[in-house]
Design a protein around this ligand. Structure first.
Ligand code: NCD
Ligand code: ZN
Length: 347
């Protein structure tokens, strides 16, 4: 029997939502991950340190008893965010990063930034105090094709911002293109990228071939195969600038399976099995620990987890539910379209 023991992983980009949905999904994360960067795109968004403190308390309250899990809180950057509040949040140890959503880029992003100039005072302060900026790297200009939005964001927003504020640490979240990978690799410092599980597994055909499949629709949308292959090369390379951010983003089925379905893929429950499969396929199981447990903490200036987990390859595929029931409704689980033989051994 094949097995691999690694430090307990972390998830550097996660949507936990709130209320009944939070209660319904948090166990899938706390079972598998020690820490996660918690996205602030609630309705209304988490914009102040006080909002983040209250949200963190709700997350802790929702944890299954006995689970040890550290939510790493983020603030949603708006054109009105106060630099002093952000600094206070970092000083108190509560805030790990600030999140930039270009207005309208994705789910619940209408309070995002329209005019980068308005966000400059906060970004300058963040550069000064060493607080990372997490970016949803897509432009929202209607003229730009949805498949080109990441590349255009790099050229027209991200690169100019980094030229202007080279000391700002930027995490390009959920990189989906070879352009994103190349841009990160070409940078000398202060730039890293997270990669989701699903973007390592699906390309855009999954959404569109043989019928519209809403459970493979997320933002940034999956791209063509060449991009998926570039993501895989980066993820398994061991390069410290790339790490896991699942972007697991639960929506109830009626909001996905309708005329204008929400973006988001729910993968917290089977992500580790999917990743072990991908890394094995790439002949790189020895690099899995770097991707899920080492590179992320190093980038965020945290220690890797001391605890270990063992992944075991079973002869009979591991069965995961195709849907989970939450108090908010039914959520469909990411289907990688291949059997999962890698199991996370429970102690
Ligand atoms: C996320 C969500 O549902 O909150 N959706 C998604 O497709 N990833 C938002 C986001 O991270 O873009
Ligand atoms: Zn996300």
């Amino acid at each position: 029997m094949q097995s691999i023991t690694i430090r307990r992983p972390d998830d550097w980009h996660l949507h936990l939502r709130d209320g009944a949905m939070l209660v319904g999904v948090i166990g899938d994360t706390s079972r598998n991950f020690a820490r996660a960067i918690i996205m602030p795109n609630l309705v209304p968004p988490v914009v102040t340190t006080a909002d983040a403190k209250a949200y963190r308390a709700r997350i802790i309250e929702a944890l299954p008893s006995g689970d040890r899990f550290e939510p790493l809180m983020t603030l949603y950057l708006t054109e009105h965010t106060s630099a002093d509040d952000v600094e206070e949040g970092k000083k108190s140890g509560l805030i790990t990063a600030v999140k930039l959503y270009p207005a309208g880029a994705t789910t619940n992003s209408h309070s995002g930034v329209r005019d980068m100039e308005k966000a400059m005072p906060v970004l300058e302060r963040m550069a000064k105090i060493g607080l990372p900026l997490c970016v949803h790297g897509e432009v929202t200009t209607p003229e730009v094709d949805i498949f080109d939005r990441e590349a255009v964001f790099i050229e027209t927003v991200l690169d100019p911002l980094r030229e202007r504020l080279p000391e700002l640490k930027v995490t390009m979240e959920h990189v989906t293109t070879a352009d994103g990978i190349d841009y990160i690799k070409s940078s000398k410092a202060n730039l890293a990228g997270s990669i989701t599980t699903h973007h390592l597994i699906i390309n855009r055909n999954a959404i569109l071939v043989g019928g519209v499949r809403p459970h493979y629709y997320c933002l940034p949308v999956a791209k063509r195969e060449t991009h998926r292959l570039a993501l895989r090369v980066a993820a398994v390379s061991g390069d410290k600038r790339f790490f896991l951010g699942t972007d697991s983003a639960p929506h109830i089925d009626p909001l996905k399976e309708c005329a204008c379905g929400c973006a988001g893929i729910y993968s917290s429950i089977n992500t580790m099995s999917c990743l072990a499969h991908v890394f094995e396929q790439e002949g790189a199981l020895d690099k899995l620990e770097a991707f899920v447990s080492l590179n992320g903490p190093a980038w965020y200036g945290l220690s890797p987890n001391e605890e270990r987990v063992t992944l075991v390859k079973r002869d009979v595929p591991v069965s995961y539910p195709t849907k989970i029931e939450t108090g908010a409704g039914t959520v469909t689980v990411f289907d990688p379209m291949f059997p999962l033989h890698w199991d996370v051994e429970r102690s």
